[in-house]
Design a protein around this ligand. Structure first.
Ligand code: SF4
Length: 506
């Protein structure tokens, strides 16, 4: 049975998961996937889907792998930086093999709206040699998820669906295939025959048996769409920018007859199709975000233009960028996108005016000591006027970074960052005998990602570390905290100060 409705990309992703009989969802909160997870959480009583916020992306994928081998279709939701954290089990899982289908929604953040960097999750397809879908519209997203689960079961490996916030919010017509949860799909149980192979044999099996199926899929899938017209210009695009390209070509008569190849499946790339397309036109523009994933595979050809030739910007793509590139399509290279955003030009993103941790940040700013920050609200204490933390490399990184300082320094980490992966840094600091003062901002929420619960690891930390203090910054004077910090910096070994407070926002 099919039904058609106008819906958002987010809803289309959710409905596709329902219609694919997903039974198990894990997620780590973060822009732009938090809203998708909340859709599963608000409906779990009706759907019966088990949906869990996890503290770490590697744990999220590993738990989903467990669900898959026991026969449950599973879904992992993570923002792009979380792909780095789950990369280890992801890459091995392709050759290890799985059971029922497993999809990863990788939420990319073009233009770094709410993230610590800008990266392109499509590259994880190349690294793990697994399928990547990059849908443009709600209907494409719906179809990519449905087909993604089937592909995952055929090649016995996870499949990535790259999403962005604009895909989530855009509305479009979706034709839904409601086989639904009443018609249970056959569960695929993990096949133990993989243990007959050596580790090398597992890779050989993957390259001989599974990977060619992906190539065939990419060359033949109706999700990769081709419109051939008579102009000497062609455009290759993927993801949400494909929708922008369609709009630009439709609304400006100068470009009515430009050909367009819109890829919804981007790994493996359909090289036979691409070769034919690129040969056919005098100029070929690649429109994609965030990085040059497609363009990098084609840029040895002189007629291919894109970010590397200056025609398109890195990061988020808008209609005006496509129009500019088409107006300059006969130039080999252009110089336009040269700006570098500063905090001054963008405007600061300050901490809440009444944040209880402001006195701590002032103390850190006054001390002559290196401070390793973490990802979370404290990252906003780095720029002027606070200048409180010196570094913020990754979620959970503060303790290990501070262990490398040339004298006893400070690690400032949130309670969620500690549970995510910072606790491993603490174990390492004790094991290696480093000198470090760890300040845990304990407000019991992941404030940057919407106020999800953060676990309280105080009792575990007390087992690991002898020198643990607790300071209630809502009740005690800041001057006492300054004395405590100075005192701990004077001593050797690992010291932990828990700074308890109530987040004013959550
Ligand atoms: S959200 Fe909470 S922890 Fe973050 S700056 Fe605001 S008050 Fe402070």
């Amino acid at each position: 049975m099919t039904s058609t409705s106008i819906t958002s990309g987010l809803e289309a992703l959710y409905l596709a998961a329902i219609d694919s009989n997903v039974e198990f969802v894990t997620a780590v909160a973060g822009y732009p996937i938090t809203d998708v997870m909340e859709r599963f959480l608000e409906s779990w009583e009706n759907t019966g889907i088990i949906a869990k916020w996890m503290t770490n992306e590697k744990a999220a994928l590993e738990t989903a792998l467990g669900a898959s081998v026991s026969g449950r279709r599973a879904l992992v939701l993570t923002k792009h930086v979380g792909m780095n954290v789950l990369a280890d089990p992801l890459i091995t899982s392709a050759t290890h093999t799985i059971g029922s289908g497993l999809l990863i929604f990788a939420g990319d953040d073009p233009n770094v709206v709410a993230s610590q960097n800008e990266q392109d999750s499509r590259w994880y397809g190349s690294l793990a040699e697994i399928a990547v879908f990059d849908p443009a519209t709600p209907d494409d997203a719906y179809r990519a998820v449905l087909r993604g689960f089937e592909v995952s079961e055929i090649i016995k490996a996870p499949v990535i669906v790259r999403i962005t916030s604009r895909l989530e919010t855009v509305e479009g017509r979706v034709e839904r295939i409601e086989c639904g949860r009443n018609e249970k799909k056959q569960r695929v149980i993990f096949n133990r025959s993989i243990w007959e192979l050596t580790m090398l044999g597992k890779h050989q099996r993957y390259h001989l048996n599974s990977y060619p199926l992906l190539v065939e899929e990419s060359e033949n899938t109706p999700l990769n769409k081709l419109k051939v017209l008579c102009n000497d210009v062609g455009i290759i695009s993927s993801g949400f920018p494909s929708k922008l390209v369609d709009n630009v070509l439709k609304t400006d008569e100068r470009w009515f007859d430009i050909s367009h190849m819109a890829l919804n499946m981007v790994y493996p790339l359909p090289f036979n199709k691409l070769r034919e397309f690129v040969k056919r036109y005098k100029h070929v523009l690649v429109v994609e975000e965030t990085e040059t994933f497609i363009e990098s595979h084609l840029c040895v050809l002189d007629n291919v233009l894109g970010k590397k030739t200056g025609h398109m910007p890195y990061g988020q793509v808008d209609a005006k960028h496509i129009e500019y590139a088409l107006e300059h399509i006969h130039e080999d290279s252009v110089v336009k996108y040269t700006g570098i955003q500063t905090i001054k030009s963008r405007g600061p993103r300050p901490l809440c005016d009444d944040c209880p941790y402001l006195p701590l940040y002032h103390i850190l700013s006054d001390l002559d000591v290196l401070v390793a920050g973490d990802i979370g609200c404290s990252v906003r204490s780095g720029p002027e006027p606070l200048n409180a933390i010196d570094t913020a490399f990754a979620l959970g990184s503060a303790i290990t970074v501070a262990c490398g300082f040339d004298r006893k320094g400070i690690a400032v980490i949130g309670d969620f960052g500690l549970a995510h992966s910072g606790i491993l840094g603490l174990v390492n600091a004790i094991h290696c005998g480093f000198d470090v003062l760890v300040i845990v901002l304990q407000n019991k929420v992941a404030a940057m990602t919407g106020g999800q619960d953060a676990p309280d690891l105080k009792d575990i930390v007390r087992v690991l570390v002898r020198d643990v203090s607790v300071f209630d910054i809502d009740r005690l004077p800041a001057v006492d905290l300054k004395c405590l910090i100075k005192d701990k910096l004077d001593g050797h070994g690992v010291s932990v100060i828990y700074v308890d407070a109530k987040c004013r926002k959550y």
